[in-house]
Design a protein around this ligand. Structure first.
Ligand SMILES: Nc1ncnc2c1ncn2[C@@H]1O[C@H](COP(=O)(O)OP(=O)(O)OP(=O)(O)O)[C@@H](O)[C@H]1O
Length: 273
């Protein structure tokens, strides 16, 4: 349970929203001529499953990298549990867990060694690390592979051990970049169960995804991003509005509804002529 959150304000546009776990104001990032994130404001409510969705190149990874202290913004502030990510990085890093895109792990450690290392790095006592690691390996169905080197793990196993490492210190907010990509349905269900249990305790999960059905079935709160800007944020119902599904609302919001290939692919299909 987070012991602190940032004030009683409501999430942007969302009525009766709980206090913000993460508050982002005026966040900018430019790479040369490319504005990756163009001055976004976001309030992500505590104790919720928050989805950050957007098409390829929308700026989701850049946003999550700045929010988790991996990439310095050109301008703007990010507060996690009331602590500034760039002014008070130690306080913030103690409160967050991160599963980044293109997760890099220590390949020559076994799964269990990786968790032992992560736990000790977080300052947890050895016996507590052992206890938590055993439980996480068990719940995530990695107990049988715990002594195998991470280099020999499959994509889904890597996601799961990365998730275990991110959860080991019981963070208040967990940031996950595409956590279900490359994960089979059984493992996805396992991950989902762990995350649901985690949010029930009052913690917050923020994850990015392209998969609208997944976001629709998991998230309480959604932010839609396109072209480096936030196009909508609020509860699932607020963002979906009158659209029949989140997918339809999303296509409408990012201006891609009904895009068709016209005659530009008239050579495609039908076998060799
Ligand atoms: N290190 C970088 N150098 C130059 N441009 C970058 C860099 N990182 C991101 N960009 C650009 O910033 C924009 C946003 O990229 P970002 O990776 O944040 O998008 P995304 O929403 O995560 O996309 P995807 O869903 O495809 O992963 C893109 O146009 C991308 O080309």
């Amino acid at each position: 349970m987070p012991e602190e959150t940032a004030g009683p304000e409501q999430a942007g546009g969302a009525r009766n929203a709980p206090p913000a776990a993460v508050r982002i104001e005026g966040l900018w990032k430019r790479f040369g001529e490319q504005i990756a994130v163009g001055g976004i404001d976001l309030e992500l409510p505590a104790g919720k499953f928050v989805g950050l969705v957007g098409p390829n190149g929308a700026g989701k990874t850049t946003t999550l990298s700045m929010v988790t202290g991996l990439l310095r913004p050109d301008a703007g502030t990010v507060l996690v549990g009331g602590h500034d990510v760039w002014r008070d990085p130690v306080a913030v890093k103690a409160r967050i867990g991160v599963l980044p895109e293109g997760l890099r792990l220590f390949e020559r450690l076994s799964g269990r060694e990786l968790l032992a290392y992560s736990g000790r790095l977080r300052g947890l006592p050895g016996d507590e690390v052992d206890k938590r690691a055993t439980q996480l390996l068990d719940v995530l169905d990695l107990a049988g592979a715990q002594h195998k080197l991470v280099v020999d793990y499959s994509t889904g196993m890597r996601k799961k051990i990365g998730l275990a490492a991110a959860l080991l210190h019981n963070p208040q907010v967990l940031f996950l970049d595409e956590p279900f990509e490359g994960v089979d349905p059984v493992s996805a269900q396992t991950i989902r169960g762990v995350l649901e249990r985690y949010t029930l305790s009052g913690a917050t999960v923020v994850f990015s995804s392209h998969v609208m059905e997944l976001v629709e079935s998991l998230c309480d709160w959604v932010a839609v991003m396109a072209g480096g800007r936030i196009r909508a944020q609020g509860t699932l119902a607020e963002v979906r509005g009158d659209a029949p599904s989140l997918q339809n609302a999303f296509l409408e919001l990012v201006g891609a509804n009904g895009r068709d290939t016209g005659e530009s692919l008239d050579w495609l299909g039908g076998g060799a002529g």
